[in-house]
Design a binder for this molecule. Structure first.
Ligand code: HEC
Ligand code: HEC
Length: 280
């Protein structure tokens, strides 16, 4: 079949259009080596790892590798790292945890989920605050920002109490004057502030008292923040906060967590909230 040969090598004998022929040259050597290497690799791989399906099970592979085994090994590594810290926490105060940098970093990382599950619904993600619920990231505290204050707040809960001042206590004009002075930042210069007994809870300097949770009225960080802040302040003065005698009173209650979270979880959260940046 010498006419099957053309100047490029052996052809299959198919010729089209007089000069167009199909050659039978073997593929290059490197290509053949690659082909054989790849199937050898497949065979070795399926022998090493679990692979072929059998009637009731599958071939387990000579390496003894399982996905669940690898998972357990990884989990154990994580738990070993955690145990190193977790074992210390029950015996330490929140303040002591805060003072230990490595431990503090661990706690802040591990409390993130706790905060998301238990606190973020009211205080916003990352403690940014929500209408009616105080922000925890600022440096303004109703009940004090020391680690002990914060731990107390979470453990026992808080419920601020301000009696309604509308009705017999203050006329609408007096409420107007007080509210304008508060929003304008001049409350300590307003004579009614002392005359009507506000200073008994908010202090002569108007900065509030941590023991009562009475808000700071001079810093323009609002506990009851609103679009119309003047109207909001008037409402608070008129109806008070958690005053059971006034159906329009503001409701403000931080629930207690001592029956819902462990001591260690509360300590973790106290450190976490403190480290938002607002803690003192
Ligand atoms: C049901 C809503 C709600 C949930 C859930 C909640 N809080 Fe509160 N929290 C409040 C309210 C309301 C206040 C303000 C109380 C007041 O005004 O007297 C508050 C106050 C606080 C304060 C005091 C802030 C200050 O300025 O002194 C801290 C700290 C705090 N919460 C932390 C937490 C942590 C941590 C969690 C999760 C374990 C949590 N809260 C869950 C409603 C909530
Ligand atoms: C018995 C104590 C008490 C007295 C008296 C009192 N307050 Fe308050 N006041 C509080 C407390 C506590 C809060 C914070 C409540 C909370 O958030 O739980 C508060 C909150 C406020 C707020 C809300 C501030 C904000 O950031 O939104 C205003 C405004 C206010 N008081 C004004 C007054 C004025 C004006 C008077 C006097 C006419 C007065 N209060 C008298 C305890 C008192």
């Amino acid at each position: 079949m010498s006419e099957d040969k053309n100047r490029y090598g052996q052809t299959t004998g198919h010729v089209w259009d007089e000069t167009l022929a199909e050659l039978t040259n073997p593929p290059p050597k490197w290509w053949m080596l690659g082909l054989h290497a790849s199937w050898i690799l497949v065979v070795l791989y399926t022998l090493y790892y679990p692979s072929w399906p059998l009637v009731h099970s599958h071939f387990k592979g000579f390496a003894g590798w399982t996905a669940i085994g690898e998972f357990k090994k990884d989990m154990k590594e994580v738990q070993d790292v955690r145990a190193k810290y977790e074992d210390k926490l029950p015996g330490m105060s929140a303040a002591a945890i805060l003072a230990d940098n490595e431990l503090k970093n661990y706690v802040v990382r591990s409390a993130k989920v706790l905060f998301g599950d238990n606190c973020a619904a009211c205080h916003g993600s990352g403690g940014a605050g929500n209408p009616g619920f105080p922000a925890l990231v600022d440096d303004d505290w109703l009940y004090g920002g020391t680690i002990d204050n914060i731990q107390q707040t979470i453990t026992n809960g808080r419920k601020g109490m301000m009696p309604k001042m509308g009705g017999n206590q203050l006329t609408d004009e007096e409420i107007d004057k007080l509210a304008n002075a508060i929003v304008g930042g001049t409350i300590t210069k307003e004579p009614l502030f002392a005359a009507k007994g506000c200073i008994g809870c908010h202090g002569p300097d108007g900065k509030g008292m941590a023991a009562l949770g009475s808000a700071n009225l001079t810093d323009k960080i609002w506990r009851f923040k609103a679009q119309d802040q003047l109207a909001s302040v008037k409402t608070t003065i008129k109806h008070g906060v958690n005053d059971p005698s006034d159906p329009n009173t503001r409701k403000a209650e931080m629930p207690s967590w001592k029956d819902r979270l462990t001591d260690t979880q509360i300590k973790k959260l106290a450190v976490y909230v403190h480290e938002f940046g607002g803690g003192k």
